[in-house]
Design a protein around this ligand. Structure first.
Ligand SMILES: O=C1O[C@H](COP(=O)(O)O)[C@@H](O)[C@H](O)[C@H]1O
Length: 264
């Protein structure tokens, strides 16, 4: 049986969670660079970019603590079908919180936003984004699934992750890498998302969830497991010990699940 997802809980986001997340991301980066000289990562929107910025914009403490931005290839775990300068855009959020704040003189990462030419047709938008993945991860004929070095994901208060929502038929998608959704229960309704098989096949999956507003859903995810039907729990089941949760104590207060002391 696959080992369980790791749950790391910290008293403070700024002082404990962010530094641990930074160490974790850098270790995934270094492993990716050792494998193929590039770090392929996909990121969520929502509350994640802000915490990620706290982690990654901190000054480096030495040669083993360097974010090698020029080697990063950044994709979006999900995206809303809106222009890239729209306040609902996950790209816009990441740009505002993180990309625009990289220190002067940094060679920027390669970033892959959606192609806004296809905003009126979410199937085409998803197909075009899948082609972006095909070009980056080799031809679709020769790879069954793209294997990201790391996925950095959020967890909604309903247990959704990416734009994979509880009870939605998209959870049954087995062949597409990127899928459209026209009826997201959380606005805006029209989006594209990585599919569950892509998520569970990543080398590493890191969730970030903070605040007492996540407490009830964390209980369901960790106490009921995949049987509870929540997308985040399905990722935990599919990825096993390759999944790690970076949460604050407020988010998991009263949750019965073993916490691990954070170490790499
Ligand atoms: O709609 C979305 O929500 C989730 C969760 O957001 P959070 O604010 O509760 O962290 C996010 O991960 C996803 O990328 C986004 O499109």
């Amino acid at each position: 049986m696959a080992k369980q997802a790791n749950l790391y809980s910290f008293p403070s986001v700024k002082d404990n969670l962010a530094p641990a997340l930074r160490a974790y991301v850098i270790s995934c980066q270094d492993a990716g660079l050792a494998r193929h000289n590039v770090f392929k990562v996909a990121v969520s929107g929502g509350s994640l970019p802000k915490t990620l910025a706290q982690a990654l914009l901190a000054p480096s403490s030495g040669p083993n603590d360097e974010v090698k931005w020029d080697k990063w290839e950044i994709f979006f775990a999900d995206e809303r079908a809106v222009p890239l300068d729209h306040e609902d855009s996950n790209y816009f959020l990441l740009k505002q919180e993180l990309l625009d704040k990289l220190p002067a003189g940094t060679t920027p990462p390669t970033v892959h936003p959606i192609d806004v030419e296809y905003l009126n047709d979410t199937q085409e938008l998803a197909d075009q984004y899948e082609q972006v993945l095909v070009r980056s991860f080799a031809s679709r004929d020769s790879v069954k699934l793209p294997i990201f070095d790391l996925l950095l994901l959020g967890c909604g208060p309903d247990g959704h992750t990416c734009s994979l929502f509880p009870g939605h038929e998209l959870l049954r998608e087995t062949s597409a890498w990127v899928a459209p959704i026209e009826d997201s229960p959380k606005p805006p309704p029209r989006r594209v998302t990585l599919t569950l098989p892509v998520v569970t096949h990543a080398v590493r999956v890191a969730f970030v969830a903070t605040g007492s507003g996540k407490k009830e859903i964390m209980k369901q995810i960790f106490e009921e497991g995949a049987a509870g039907g929540l997308p985040c729990a399905w990722v935990n089941e599919g990825a096993g010990e390759r999944a790690s949760w970076f949460v604050d104590n407020d988010a998991v207060e009263g949750v019965s699940y073993p916490r691990r002391p954070f170490s790499l």
